[in-house]
Design a protein around this ligand. Structure first.
Ligand code: NDP
Length: 313
């Protein structure tokens, strides 16, 4: 049993939050939790159309202390934990962050909100494979989310494209759901953790390595996949899981510096080049993109905000 801590309601003085967090994935939720525990006020705005990458992860077995959990279950637990500390999560897409004197105005599609600091924890979106038929068959057999759409392909043949953790966890999930799964990867080495590769092999996922997809073809729905060596095979579904692109549109508009590949540059305290704007999680230029590192970024950002606001008083 943990110690009983009195949880106070937020008192947002003058309608100005200490921080507004954009994004309700592990980075944003943990930033909110830490801010509240430091006695700071905050709220989260999140795009209802963009689930966090964790939300679409079939299972997570590398968040220490928590076993046998789906990505969606884990973020739900995290959101409940943050809400216990009176964190409000509003499902509104943010379009702009503007500076007004010492504060920021965060403009969503519904309203605008004032804060002394902003945490950008907008995560990343799936990357398209850019192959023939991919966009044409989107929702007609092509999917980027095995946990969302896998059920429709129970007992059917599917292909998963990619060689990272997303592709391997999706392949395992689909196989365990009862699909006949072929994983297509452009190299013979995997980025995915060895445990996932081993598990996939053990449960009978088929592999086509050193192959790329040339075309996804069919009639009204996906019917087959054509590889770069002209090999064809029948599938009803194609799951594309080839990595992510950082969601940095709002950050760039606000003058936040990004790397050549588009990830936000921060200092050790997660502050960006724009004083008062912090960033956390997969949207940042960090070497490891995991739930645990996203959470850690959020905690560090909250700690830095507390220090930064304290120094300004
Ligand atoms: P990754 O960047 O880790 O892997 C992407 C994979 O797709 C690579 O194997 C890459 O090939 C391949 N690829 C990239 N572009 C193309 C293309 N155009 N055509 C064909 N193949 C392509 O992305 P993931 O989405 O797998 O993972 C993102 C992050 O999320 C990682 O940090 C991962 O560890 C984490 N994650 C963790 C999970 C867990 O632990 N439960 C679950 C899911 C994700 P190549 O290797 O040749 O570059």
């Amino acid at each position: 049993m943990g110690a009983k801590i009195e949880i106070k309601k937020q008192e947002v003085k003058g309608g100005i939050y200490d921080s507004i967090i954009i994004g309700a994935g592990p980075a944003g939720l943990n930033a909110a939790l830490y801010l509240r525990r430091y006695g700071s006020t905050c709220m989260i705005l999140t795009n209802p159309e963009q689930p966090s990458q964790v939300d679409i992860t079939p299972f997570v077995d590398n968040y220490i202390g928590i076993q046998d959990v789906t990505g969606a279950e884990l973020t739900k637990m995290m959101a409940e934990h943050a809400k216990k500390f009176d964190v409000e999560i509003k499902y509104e897409k943010v379009g702009d962050i503007k500076k007004e004197n010492d504060n920021f105005i965060v403009v969503s599609e519904k309203d605008s909100y004032k804060a002394k600091t902003v945490v950008i924890a907008t995560g990343a979106k799936h990357r398209n494979a850019e192959v023939k038929g991919e966009s044409e068959f989107l929702g007609k057999g092509v999917s980027y989310c095995a946990t969302c759409d896998g059920f429709f392909f129970k007992d059917k043949k599917v292909a998963v494209i990619g060689g990272g953790d997303s592709a391997l966890t999706s392949a395992i999930f689909l196989k365990e759901l009862g699909c006949d799964v072929t994983l297509i990867h452009r190299r013979s080495e995997f980025r995915a953790a060895e445990v996932y590769v081993e598990k996939a092999k053990q449960i009978g996922v088929k592999f086509k390595l050193e192959r790329t997809v040339f075309e996804i073809a069919g009639g009204k729905m996906v019917e087959k996949i054509i590889l770069d060596n002209w090999e064809e095979f029948d599938v009803s579904g194609v799951f594309v899981a080839i990595g992510e692109i950082p969601a940095v549109e709002i950050a760039k508009k606000a003058g936040v510096k990004v790397t050549e590949s588009g990830f936000i540059v921060t200092d050790k305290g997660q502050m960006t080049n724009v004083p008062g704007i912090f960033a956390a999680g997969d949207v940042c230029d960090n070497p490891l993109k995991q739930i645990i590192t996203a959470c850690a970024d959020g905690a560090v950002a909250a700690f830095s905000i507390k220090k930064w606001l304290g120094a300004k008083k």
